[in-house]
Design a protein around this ligand. Structure first.
Ligand SMILES: Cc1ncc(COP(=O)(O)O)c(C=O)c1O
Length: 379
């Protein structure tokens, strides 16, 4: 059965809108990451898609996890709840990072008994961690170039390289354990120079920190690993070759290298199937209304700056058409220019590679619930 036949069958069985997660793709993305970057431990960034079944599959595959909130921490914790206490604690130490540099006091207090690894990037945070989570290990998040990345993060987070060593010493003086550095080159980073620069800045900071009495043993190279949305994205193999060479050149074998891939793991693992629920010709242009939109699975168009193509199952002569979501809101525009055949009411359409930062930011706006999720190839 072809992929589209399978999607149509699932839509008939479960209804639409339907968010189809293929766990075989998840497993193969994880395996690919590990194969190409053997030195780098992969902490799946749960924020990209926090479906418990996705976390479960990656857990079973051996992944580590990057969490951004206590709620995400607990989603991962569910998988280790039944482990013996010692194994559970080891998992938290070795395989979870709380990577949100800003944490409220209550979260820190609730995290402290788990002694997690957390990131920080400013002085206020040191004081907060000292008071509310003194048992946490720390990684200083530094600001690095995000040039050309689809989603920039550098204006919101990261200590400037010039203040980095002072912030490391200050945390150490406060009695905290600083284990290493972290950075993020921006999401969907297709400019691989960002990584090269970030690694060289990190190596320089580590060198100075050691000279000034605080040696570091961990480097977290963040996320940003691009998903292959189209053929213009250079293959992961090319990035891996650059990263491996730079990691070996700049850091001793003993340095623990972490990463926080979100999009890379999950983007290509999901496809959305929706249904044409309305049709009109406006100013000569063919317009389709489907039962999923910008406030739901296509929310990534807005929040993630990521365009998605809508494809038809039906064949026929194509025409440039607009595709709108189901709400009354004028912002609910999926595309003003999709090449689509003449679709009928009730026809199915689909969007591929829609697994990251989409369902995760779906709302219930206008009373429409998020798409139903169905998992395939779980074992
Ligand atoms: C701290 C942190 N780590 C990891 C990620 C995941 O990044 P990506 O999906 O680009 O791999 C993000 C995304 O915003 C992030 O903020």
């Amino acid at each position: 059965m072809s992929k589209t036949q399978r999607l149509a069958q699932l839509a008939r069985q479960h209804g639409t809108p339907l968010f189809v997660v293929d766990h075989q793709v998840l497993r193969s993305n994880y395996a690919r990451f590990r194969r190409f970057l053997p030195r780098v431990q992969a902490y799946y960034a749960v924020k990209a898609n926090s479906e418990p079944a996705i976390i479960r599959t990656l857990y079973e595959t051996g992944a580590s996890f990057d969490v951004a909130s206590l709620a995400e921490f607990m989603l991962v914790y569910e998988n280790i709840r039944k482990l013996p206490a010692r194994a559970r604690q080891d998992f938290i130490w070795d395989k979870i990072i709380y990577s949100n540099p800003i944490k409220d006091r209550k979260t820190l207090e609730e995290l402290d008994p788990y002694k997690p690894l957390v990131t920080y990037d400013n002085r206020e945070e040191i004081g907060k961690i000292r008071r509310h989570a003194p048992h946490a290990g720390l990684a200083l998040r530094i600001r690095v170039a995000n040039t050309g990345s689809m989603v920039e993060l550098s204006s919101k987070f990261g200590a400037s390289p010039g203040e980095a060593v002072d912030l490391i010493l200050e945390a150490a003086d406060a009695g905290l354990t600083v284990e290493g550095l972290s950075f993020h080159v921006g999401s969907q980073c297709t400019n691989f120079d960002n990584y090269v620069q970030a690694l060289s800045v990190s190596a320089a900071i580590m060198e100075e920190s050691e000279v000034r009495g605080v040696p570091l043993q961990l480097l977290d190279i963040g996320g940003g690993f691009p998903a292959r949305y189209d053929r213009h994205v250079r293959p992961f193999r090319d990035l891996a070759r650059i990263l491996n060479a730079e990691l070996d050149r700049l850091f001793p074998k003993s340095m623990e290298i972490l990463s926080e891939p979100g999009r890379f793991m999950v983007a290509t693992a999901a496809t959305l199937v929706a249904e044409v629920i309305g049709k009109a010709r406006r100013d000569g242009k063919q317009c389709y209304y489907i039962n999923d939109g910008i406030y739901h699975t296509f929310s990534g168009i807005l929040f993630d700056h990521c365009p998605y193509h809508v494809r038809a199952f039906r064949r026929g002569r194509k025409e440039i058409s607009a595709v709108f979501g189901p709400t009354c809101d004028a912002l609910d525009v999926i595309s003003q220019a999709e090449e689509l055949p003449d679709l009928k009411l009730g026809d199915l359409v689909y969007s591929e590679n829609i697994g990251a930062y989409t369902h995760a930011s779906s709302t219930r706006f206008n009373g429409f619930p998020p798409a139903q999720v169905v998992h395939i190839n779980r074992k």
